[in-house]
Every structure is written in C-alpha cells, then in structure tokens.
Ligand binder design. Structure first.
Ligand code: 1BN
Ligand code: ZN
Length: 318
C-alpha cells in the first residue's frame, strides 16, 4: 500500500468514518507501456450511462441509489489504485434524513502534481420542472443530469488503468448534488460541500474539472460564469484544447452562471471549472428536472467529445 493510500485510510478512520476501500491486484499485462494514451471509447461510456439508468432513479434513500453505489464502487475498484468511500448522513429540509456517500478513486497516488475530475452520481428526487404537475413529486431517471458525467468518469478510469498518466488523477463522484430548492444555492451540492470541508489530507490537486449534464445529443458547452471568475486559467485551458482538437459542441462565449459542485471546491482554494450544457436540449432547457431526462435524449458522441477533451488535458499535464 502506498504512503498516500495509507494516509487516505487513516484520515477517514481518524474522522470516525468507516473506511472500507476496495483494493484489487491489477495484473501488469493489462497495461500498455508503449502507448502514451488511449482513445476514449464513446460506446463503452454510453453503455455505462444506460447501465446506471437501468437501476431506476438513483435518489438518496432509494434501493436503486444503494445498488448503484455498489456498482460504482466495484467498477472503479477494477481500475483505480485505491477507492475510498466517504459516507455521512444529511437531513433534507422538509423531507427526510438520507445516507450519502462520495467516492474518491485515485490514480498514480505517489504523484504530488495532481488534478481531479468530478461528477455527481445521485439523481433528483423530484421532477419539479416537469410540465405535468402529477410528476413534481416523482424522482427523475437522470440520464443526462447524473448518469452522463459518471459514465465519462468510469470510461476515464478504464483508460487511466491501461495508460498510466504522468500526473496524479483523482476521480470524485459526489452524492447529494440534486437535493436542493431552486433559489437556495446552498441547498444543492451537499456531497461536494461535505467533501470540501472534510478533505482527505492526501487530496491536494492543483485544479479540477466538474462535469454535469454533458450527455445531451445536442451538445452546447459555453463558458460557465462562476468558473470564468474563479478558475479562468483552467477555463482557458479547456476552450483552447477544444479548439485545438476541433471538438464540436464547444461554443467559446459566456454561458449561464450555475450553482454546482465546483463552488465548494473553489471555496476550499482549488480552482475548479464546471463543464455543463444547461441548454437541454436547447435554450428552452425543457428536459431539465423532468421525466423526459432519459437516455434517448443523450448520445455516445457527446460523451465522446467530453471524454476526449479530458483525456487530452490529463495526458498533456506534466
Ligand atoms: C445542475 C444540475 N444543477 C442541478 N442539476 C445545479 C443547479 C441548481 C442549476 C440550481 C441551476 C439551478
Ligand atoms: Zn439536477
């Protein structure tokens, strides 16, 4: 066990949080030392998106939430050097107390030069933007708002296993992103808030990229405005890389200002950008927080665009 992995474990144990990380032996022949970096497999990522939606809505407190967590832990455990769950409970105002779990999957744990990529894995318990009032209390399946970012992260994990990066990479899956009430920014991003306030001592990345709602078939990524203010250099790195790779779906102009999981990390001093397409499927944003957020509104190609960008950024860091 590496020193860093040990310190992760110790930190969780000392914090009184049950630490039961997944350690697996990875045969070295799985690695391909000759090649510098792999090609992001868009079809594999899309299959990860569908797999999550097949559990059903993954709202905290549901059986599907529990089952999906087990799947995510096991899948990340196949590829990462170490996977550490961070479990805690949270009383949702005017609802119920729920058990939440963030997952931290680390690669190249010895490297001190690190970056992180994150996404939320929970889905919203209430389709409160649905045109039908009867759906406002039903949970959403969250193909785009939930599964899309996680799908990309799982495929990144697979690639990072095969092609070890020069820098350290932490993949973080946040829980409890979507338990909030519109107009009350602090009521969202509960998992990211908890993580930022209870950072494992080994978690000290130079910067981060959070991905959310990145599966829309009609991909339109603009410069999210909080990121522009809080992490301009990382935002520029993203848009210059997208331009260099001639990736479709990147629109280099000001976008919305979004309250998302990047804010607590920026508050903790880690410059973090939110990559989000808040025009789902267009400026009407009519599928957001509705029963219509299903896999048919997403595409493998969109996941591929974001995955390709992230691989390029990871493998061009020294
Ligand atoms: C993103 C996806 N968010 C929720 N689901 C964050 C958000 C919160 C965006 C409030 C707009 C308003
Ligand atoms: Zn949402």
């Amino acid at each position: 066990m590496t020193h860093l992995a040990l310190s992760f474990l110790l930190s969780f144990a000392l914090a009184g949080i049950p630490a039961s990380p997944v350690f697996l032996h990875h045969p070295s022949q799985q690695r391909q030392p000759g090649a510098r970096q792999g090609k992001f497999d868009s079809a594999k990522a899309y299959s990860y998106l569908v797999k999550q939606t097949q559990f059903g809505p993954r709202d905290p407190g549901s059986t599907a939430h529990e089952r999906c967590l087990k799947f995510l832990r096991e899948e990340l455990g196949k590829y990462a050097d170490v996977v550490v769950p961070q479990a805690f409970s949270y009383a949702v105002p005017k609802w119920k107390r729920v058990q939440l779990t963030n997952l931290l999957a680390s690669f190249n744990t010895r490297a001190t030069n690190r970056l992180f990529i994150s996404a939320h894995w929970d889905t919203r318990p209430w389709a409160d933007q649905d045109p039908e009032k009867k759906n406002w209390t039903k949970p959403i399946v969250g193909a785009n708002d939930g599964a899309s970012g996680v799908a990309i992260i799982l495929e990144l994990a697979r690639q990072l296993r095969q092609f070890p990066p020069a820098v350290g990479v932490d993949l973080v899956l946040f829980d409890g992103e979507d338990l909030g009430t519109s107009g009350f920014g602090g009521s969202f991003s509960i998992g990211a808030q908890h993580f930022a306030k209870n950072r494992p001592p080994g978690f000290n990345p130079r910067f981060g990229i959070n991905i959310d709602m990145v599966g829309d078939r009609n991909l339109e990524i603009e410069r999210e405005q909080n990121s522009e203010r809080l992490a301009p250099e990382i935002q520029n790195l993203i848009f210059s890389t997208a331009r260099r790779l001639m990736l479709p779906g990147f629109i280099d102009s000001p976008g919305n200002e979004i309250t998302d999981d990047h804010l607590p990390l920026n508050d903790a001093g880690i410059p973090t950008v939110d990559l989000i397409d808040f025009k789902y499927p267009d400026g009407s944003n009519k599928y957001w927080h509705t029963m219509a957020d299903t896999p048919d509104k997403c595409s493998a190609e969109s996941l591929g665009v974001i995955g390709t960008l992230l691989l390029e950024i990871i493998y061009t860091q020294q």
